[in-house]
Write a protein that binds this ligand. Structure first.
Ligand code: NAP
Length: 493
């Protein structure tokens, strides 16, 4: 929806919409804005989005801080209904917001609409959780005293999100923050502010009290930095790259703020000799290439045992040949474009590096031309790679996967775990013995059996180990660990 029109700014013939920030209960403009470009058609500017400056971000944080105590004691029924209504409105607008998401981020229309649906379900889930909050009541070890354990809100939660899930990630941070009684300052990724703006608009229109929810678009180095450094932000929830996450952590630790990080992945999909071949190929295609491979849970390492190796490679290449790469909103498209020029350059860089390291490009890796100019990259598959190559150690974050040949299950497990990341880990096998062993010994926050490494439910914990995550889990009931702080009351008679 349109919030504030800039007027006739492009040669008198075309008006472009300018979308504003929401701070302290007001939609506010600013001096600078970002052009939101459609990666399927780079001549199309979706709209302009105002970038907040440091002063405006401070103002948003102050407003959130001032609203904290009233929101913490706001009635749970009203809070529950508010979140449920946000979820319902998102569901009602899933087609239009999903289309906007696909236009600005480049994932296909079903993926875009699916993501908005998931965001809606998250709001509705936490609408229910508001009414299901519990505490503990225990007898004290001293006579005539009760011990009551409750959870208080953290206060002001700063939310910093990446570009690859512009609806789901904001939803899985904003919904629990509000549900557990916190006020929010939310900064979406500068690259994809449109979907976030649409969600913010729905939250505001649902009637969230002034100051409780603040929406500040802009640069990480300005808006993000202010959120991380400002002493009035009690807790910071961040999803993004390892590099930024590390700097967020250092700053947060220095001022002893609570923080939670979700970062990269180099997720393995193990395929054993006894796997159902067609399911294993579908898991690999879905996990490695859908959403243009731009998922933290993407299966970028395919670890395949000798006995099925040749068949698997042939079938996978055959399947990749049939994938349709195109405009994100074309209903025939299987894989949309890469999100922007920088990410495309990173993908191409890693493709070249892999070749230099001796990996064999078995399929793809070329730039593609389509009706409209966009960042179209043919999915790339490398074979003859080993786990020490950079292509298998560093996150590419594009439609690029590599196959590592192993002799047996034991070697597969060891390679799967040999990574500095630990987000999602998958296995395709018909063997109960190996599936069970893998579930027990995979060093990852999420383990998938005969399923793609990507694609998770909205009501259960999400997160990883090692370099992929830091702090408590997101989503589901486990989210309360981050968004609340425990208080132990001793009650004498
Ligand atoms: P990014 O570059 O680290 O950016 C993430 C967010 O941090 C953006 O909003 C960014 O602002 C902001 N930021 C940048 N510098 C900052 C600073 N100094 N202080 C505070 N905030 C700052 O990551 P990305 O490229 O958007 O996202 C891709 C990464 O996210 C990949 O590594 C992917 O694996 C990871 N990811 C992880 C998960 C998970 O749950 N584990 C889920 C999705 C994505 P700008 O808008 O200005 O860049």
């Amino acid at each position: 929806r349109l919030v504030g029109l800039t007027g006739n700014q492009f040669g008198g013939c075309m008006q472009r919409e300018k979308y504003l920030n929401y701070i302290a209960g007001e939609w506010v403009g600013g001096d600078e804005s970002s052009e939101n470009i459609n990666p399927s058609n780079i001549s199309e500017v979706i709209a302009d989005y105002v970038r907040a400056d440091r002063q405006q971000t401070k103002h948003a944080i102050e407003a959130a801080s001032a609203a904290s105590s009233d929101w913490a004691s706001y009635g749970v029924q009203a809070r529950s209904e508010l979140l449920d209504e946000i979820g319902n409105t998102l569901l009602a607008q899933k087609e239009s917001i999903g289309t906007l998401l696909s236009r600005e981020e480049g994932k296909t229309l079903p993926e875009g609409i699916g993501e908005v649906t998931r965001a809606a379900h998250i709001f509705k889930f936490f609408g229910g959780e508001v009414l299901r909050q519990t505490g503990d009541l225990l007898p004290s070890i001293r006579p005539e005293i009760d011990v009551e354990i409750l959870r208080d809100p953290m206060g002001v939660v700063g939310i910093i999100s990446p570009w690859n899930f512009p609806a789901a990630i904001p939803a899985w941070k904003i919904a629990p923050a509000l549900a557990y009684g916190n006020c929010v300052v939310f900064k979406p990724a500068d690259l994809v502010p449109g979907t976030a703006h649409a969600i913010a608009r729905i939250i505001v229109d649902a009637g969230v009290p002034s100051g409780v929810f603040n929406f500040v678009m802009g640069r990480g180095s300005v808006v993000g930095d202010e959120i991380v450094t400002n002493p009035k932000v009690d807790a910071i929830t961040f999803t993004g790259s390892v590099e930024t996450g590390r700097s967020v952590a250092q700053t947060a630790v220095a001022r002893m703020a609570k923080f939670q990080l979700e970062m990269g992945g180099k997720n393995p999909l193990v395929v054993l000799d006894d796997a159902d071949l067609s399911n294993a190929v579908e898991c690999a295609v879905n996990g490695a290439y859908f959403s243009t491979g731009q998922r933290c849970t993407a299966s970028s390492r395919l670890v395949v045992t000798d006995g099925i190796y040749d068949q698997f490679v042939d079938s996978l290449v055959n399947r990749l040949e049939r994938l349709k790469i195109g405009n994100a909103i074309d209903p025939n498209t299987d894989v949309g474009p890469v999100v922007d020029k920088n990410q495309l350059n990173q993908d191409l860089y890693y493709i070249e590096e892999a070749k230099k390291e001796g990996a064999k490009l078995a399929f793809g890796g070329d730039l593609l031309t389509r009706e409209t100019e966009g960042f179209y990259l043919q999915p790339a598959l490398f074979t003859e790679t080993d786990n020490d190559m950079r292509i298998n150690r560093e996150e590419v974050f594009g439609p690029v996967a590599s196959i590592i040949r192993v002799s047996d299950y034991e070697e597969a497990l060891s390679i799967a775990n040999d990574t500095e990341f630990g987000l999602s880990s998958g296995i395709c096998t018909a063997s109960l013995k190996y599936a069970t062993h893998f579930r027990r010994h995979a060093q990852a926050g999420m383990v998938m059996v005969n399923l793609p490494t990507a694609g998770v439910d909205s009501h259960v914990p999400f997160g990883g180990r090692k370099g992929s995550s830091y702090g408590s889990r997101e989503q589901g009931r486990y989210a309360q660990e981050f968004y609340t702080t425990v208080k132990t009351n001793y009650v004498g008679s």
